[in-house]
Ligand binder design. Structure first.
Ligand code: HEM
Ligand code: HEM
Length: 205
């Protein structure tokens, strides 16, 4: 079993990048499950207050995490990944870019939509953050609608991305999924069984 490392290597994401990835997955899941639906009066009603607050708090935490993650990535580049067909590499890259773009656009459209509709953001432990944009209700409602669409798009894209990761793991038998899992799932180097070693050799650059 190889030693855990905070930084990424040529083959694997480091522990920090892995923690960012899986916390992102958790927070997107929580935000989606708690997403407030229906008419504006219902979304901002007292009955929907706690679920909306949790949704907004998870989403803002996620936004902060994504900003930190991008900074970290500039300092700690992603691994090259397993060998694969160029079109597959390109598709994976496009999905990653799409996911990062959505992780930015989703909170930004939520904040702009709520503020233009003259609603404060309500965050756990912080309270209300009053609108910092001049009200324009029609524009706010249109942007909130875009937020809803993008909130659904990310689930589809992440689903496709996760299915691709499982396809690599179980069908192509490469190290794509292992590269973002903790070291106990890592490609073995020392103390490996014959089966593990042959799998490792197949993936090694
Ligand atoms: C990745 C993070 C997020 C996801 C996946 C997400 C997803 C969604 C979805 C799917 C809806 C529509 C629910 C429905 O109509 O059934 C929604 C609505 C909403 N979300 Fe998010 N959201 C996220 C982040 C945020 C953030 C950061 C905020 C606020 C700071 C926020 C505030 C809202 C509000 C206010 C609505 C109601 C929109 C309206 O007026 O129609 N969301 N969200
Ligand atoms: C909301 C859900 C998810 C989001 C937003 C997401 C986002 C991302 C992003 C942006 C990257 C690129 C990281 C970088 O290089 O900086 C990535 C990599 C990766 N993710 Fe996810 N992910 C999600 C769910 C999942 C799930 C459920 C799985 C596994 C079943 C998974 C497996 C992977 C793998 C294996 C990589 C490395 C892929 C490679 O090197 O080509 N992801 N993810």
């Amino acid at each position: 079993m190889s030693k855990p490392s905070l930084l990424s290597s040529q083959l694997r994401y480091g522990a920090v990048a892995q923690a960012f990835h899986w916390l992102t997955v958790l927070l997107v899941g929580v935000a989606y499950l708690l997403s407030p639906g229906g008419r504006e009066e219902r979304i901002y009603s007292a009955a929907a207050d706690s679920a909306r607050t949790l949704h907004e708090s998870a989403g803002i935490l996620l936004f902060a995490l994504v900003l930190l993650r991008i900074l970290w990535r500039a300092f700690d580049p992603a691994p090259e990944g397993a060998r694969m067909e160029p079109w597959m590499k390109l598709a994976a890259k496009a999905a990653h870019w799409g996911l990062y773009a959505l992780l930015f656009a989703i909170p930004l459209t939520a904040i702009a939509g709520a503020w233009l509709e003259a609603h404060p953001l309500t965050l756990l432990g912080i309270g209300d953050i009053a609108p910092m944009l001049a009200p324009d209700h029609a524009l706010g409602a249109a942007i909130a609608n875009i937020h809803t669409i993008l909130g659904n798009v990310i689930i589809w894209l992440a689903g496709f991305h996760a299915a691709a990761a499982l396809f690599h793991h179980y069908w192509l038998n490469d190290d794509t999924l292992r590269s973002i899992l903790p070291t106990w799932k890592a490609a073995p180097v020392l103390g490996a069984s014959a089966k593990e070693l042959s799998q490792y050799r197949r993936n090694a650059p």
